[in-house]
Design a protein around this ligand. Structure first.
Ligand SMILES: *Cc1c(COP(=O)(O)O)cnc(C)c1O
Length: 414
């Protein structure tokens, strides 16, 4: 037996790997200068053997950490059995995944896709079709209310209603049919709804926006508004869902059940892309053979990993860890407000930090954290997001707080 982990050729050094990436992979990201090779739990190791605490967790795709044994076991087992069938045939794993995800969300049905953006696209298509066939909106008049500061992915239709100029610029013409409301304002949504409106699409917490938490009662009022005006409430829980916020879904914080959940990221356990929408039969029933699909959506490998994710969520352990460790993180970070931090927003193990912009940018904070062995990512300007895997320990939470404090102190005392 040869060692499966042994590199096939001489290892290539970090700066060469960075050059190769910058010359041969489109530069849609601005990565920190660290080249990773391995990961385990909350920690990753670079090609030089340095270890880092992962405080981004793949934008919450890695809620259960790197290489969670249950998830790896499910993947390995299914990898050897059956990986792809297409939807031309039934598969054992998809049947069980569908039933278990429907049960987790409390909905009748699910529609599995791959990336998060595909999940959002699916929710948009289903909302429009529901609008025409069930609500009776004349085609092609359907409108969907969306929020400023949103992030729902990168397809042409989705960037059509982004308020981020960099994400949109150069990609026109855009898809019509979207109306922008101010995030957190119920009256703004109310004013935009008319007879053509089929859905309100929102994030219960805006992740890419910088962990923006809407005012208390907002989700409940939005639920009431959607019900009374006969429009679908569509919650993009791709980043906020699956235990990150301390509950299975961020909507749970206000005991709100949307008409459509959009899930992704952690649904694939950090192993492969798995997304899905979940809704009741009166909504998802509009999908008929040929009207929507995906070659890889709901494939047996993805379904097996998704089922293992659902089993982990069923224990409630990760939701509880997010709540308890999140409190510790929030308390620690609050102590830094006025000492280089302007504001801290946190829910569960998920924090947005606004750094005093006269002190440093978010990027500079992340570079400072990198030097101390922590990986984090700025969202924009002087805002960074901290979202470590939910398997971190209390000591590691303290390390995060101490490291942020150190980086700030370096500048405040300079
Ligand atoms: C990441 C994200 C998406 C897009 O998911 P991809 O898998 O990158 O396509 C959509 N919505 C939200 C809220 C996200 O955080």
């Amino acid at each position: 037996m040869t060692d499966r982990r042994a590199p096939s050729a001489d290892p290539v050094d970090a700066s060469t790997l960075i050059d190769l990436t910058e010359s041969h992979v489109a530069r849609g990201y601005h990565p920190l200068p660290v080249v990773l090779r391995e990961g385990s739990g909350a920690w990753v190791t670079d090609v030089e053997g340095n270890r880092y605490l992962d405080c981004l967790a793949g934008y919450s795709a890695l809620n259960f950490g790197h290489g969670h044994p249950d998830l790896l076991a499910a993947a390995h087992e299914q990898l050897d059995r059956l990986t792809l069938t297409s939807r031309a045939f039934y598969s054992e794993q998809l049947a069980l995944f569908g039933a278990e995800l429907a049960d987790l969300t409390g909905k009748d049905m699910v529609l599995p896709m791959n990336s998060g953006a595909e999940g959002v696209e699916t929710a948009i298509k289903v909302s429009r079709k529901w609008g025409y066939e069930v609500k009776g909106v004349p085609e092609p008049e359907a409108s969907i209310v969306v929020m400023d500061g949103n992030f729902h992915g990168r397809t042409t239709t989705i960037v059509s209603f982004s308020t981020d100029d960099v994400a949109r610029s150069g990609y026109a013409p855009f898809t019509p049919g979207f109306r922008l409301a101010k995030y957190g304002s119920i009256s703004a949504v109310d004013e935009l709804i008319d007879d053509t409106t089929v859905a309100v699409l929102f994030e219960p917490i805006q992740g890419e926006g910088g962990v923006i938490i809407p005012p208390d009662g907002y989700l409940r009022e939005l639920r009431e508004l959607c019900t009374s005006r006969g429009v679908l409430m569509v919650a993009d829980e791709i980043q906020s869902g699956l235990a990150r916020s301390g509950r299975t879904f961020a909507c749970d914080h206000e005991d709100v059940v949307p008409d459509i959940y959009i899930l992704g990221k952690a649904l694939g356990g950090g192993i492969l892309p798995v997304s899905a929408i979940a809704a009741d039969e009166d909504v998802l029933g509009v999908i008929t053979p040929g009207s929507h699909g995906s070659t890889f959506g709901g494939n047996p490998l993805a379904a097996a990993v998704g089922r293992a994710v659902i089993s982990l969520l069923r224990t409630g352990v990760f939701q509880q860890r997010a709540t308890e460790l999140g409190q510790r993180l929030e308390e620690g970070l609050r102590g830094l407000v006025g000492h280089g931090l302007v504001a801290v927003r946190a829910r569960g193990l998920w924090a947005g930090l606004d750094i005093d912009p006269t002190l440093m940018s978010g990027r500079e904070m992340c570079e400072g954290l990198l030097r101390r062995g922590l990986l984090a990512k700025d969202t924009h300007g002087s805002t960074i997001r901290l979202a470590p895997p939910l398997v971190v320990t209390e000591k590691e939470i303290d390390l995060i707080v101490d490291s942020v404090a150190d980086v700030l102190r370096e500048r405040t005392s300079a």
